[in-house]
Design a protein around this ligand. Structure first.
Ligand SMILES: Nc1ncnc2c1ncn2[C@@H]1O[C@H](COP(=O)(O)OP(=O)(O)OP(=O)(O)O)[C@@H](O)[C@H]1O
Ligand SMILES: [Mg+2]
Length: 240
């Protein structure tokens, strides 16, 4: 079967100047793939382009065996591709339930919405407890759970997470990352952008290392975590 995501020589620019240069990567079905790199490496530019928020200046994005390079974010979401963006994006003045309803706006059948709602509440019980509370009144970690749950209100083939660990306590980060294998088992691949390289390598099967808008390395995560250069540059630790 074709990979769920197959990116070939993708370039993306801001105002005519490319920030992403001929990036190629793939994600297999039900796989979690990490994207590592320092500030400004181009990680957010990459996932924004994959979600269709930014246009490509060259190259091709195939999703689920289909060329989606020129499709809008909504068309990509309908096909099962979703991005949880860097930073906070819940609707603060809406309740948890209303935020989740917004996530389901493309789903027509009420029965399907109920099934998906039950699934995200089973995954994140705290959201069920707080369903009538205003989203803005929740902790940063709970808001991040809500953002992920909102994406999961659509049947996803690929969930992209841009720096989910940012600003979260280690316990919260763990509570979120421990859900990733279950997502994979349920048929959703994950593309995980992280500066917390250790956490990303622990949960992914393969990873790409970005530098200055290019892919510098690609390898199995268990090899990258033991690699001297990667350890020194991205893990802040010496040889194992
Ligand atoms: N809206 C923008 N307009 C112009 N240049 C931008 C814009 N957003 C990002 N860039 C530039 O593109 C490059 C890649 O930025 P990007 O945000 O993709 O990096 P990143 O790897 O996500 O960094 P971080 O870890 O800080 O989130 C940087 O040089 C950045 O200055
Ligand atoms: Mg970023």
């Amino acid at each position: 079967m074709a990979p769920v995501l197959d990116v070939r020589e993708l370039s993306v620019g801001y105002g005519g100047v490319d920030a992403l240069h001929q990036v190629s990567l793939r994600v297999e079905r039900d796989e979690t793939v990490g994207v590592l790199g320092a500030n400004g490496a181009g990680k957010t530019t990459l996932v924004n382009a994959l979600a269709g928020v930014l246009g490509a200046s060259a190259g091709r994005v195939a999703f689920d065996g289909e060329d989606v390079t020129s499709l809008t974010p909504e068309r990509r979401a309908r096909k099962g591709l979703s991005l949880v963006r860097q930073g906070r994006s819940v609707f603060h003045h809406m309740t948890v339930q209303e935020n989740l309803d917004m996530g389901a706006y493309l789903v027509r059948e009420a029965a399907q919405v109920r099934t998906r709602l039950e699934a995200v509440f089973a995954m994140f019980p705290v959201l069920a407890e707080r369903r009538r509370q205003l989203a803005g009144a929740m902790s940063g970690g709970e808001q991040k759970m809500l953002e992920i749950a909102r994406s999961l209100m659509l049947p996803l083939k690929l969930l992209m997470l841009d720096e989910p660990s940012l600003g979260l306590a280690p316990r919260m980060l763990e509570a979120i990352f421990e859900k990733i294998p279950a997502l994979n088992r349920a048929g959703t691949a994950v593309l995980l952008v992280e500066q917390n390289a250790l956490a990303a390598l622990a949960v992914s099967t393969r990873a790409y290392v970005m530098e200055l808008g290019r892919i510098r390395r690609e390898d199995r995560s268990e090899r990258l975590v033991n690699d001297a250069e990667v350890r020194a540059r991205y893990l802040g630790v010496g040889p194992s």
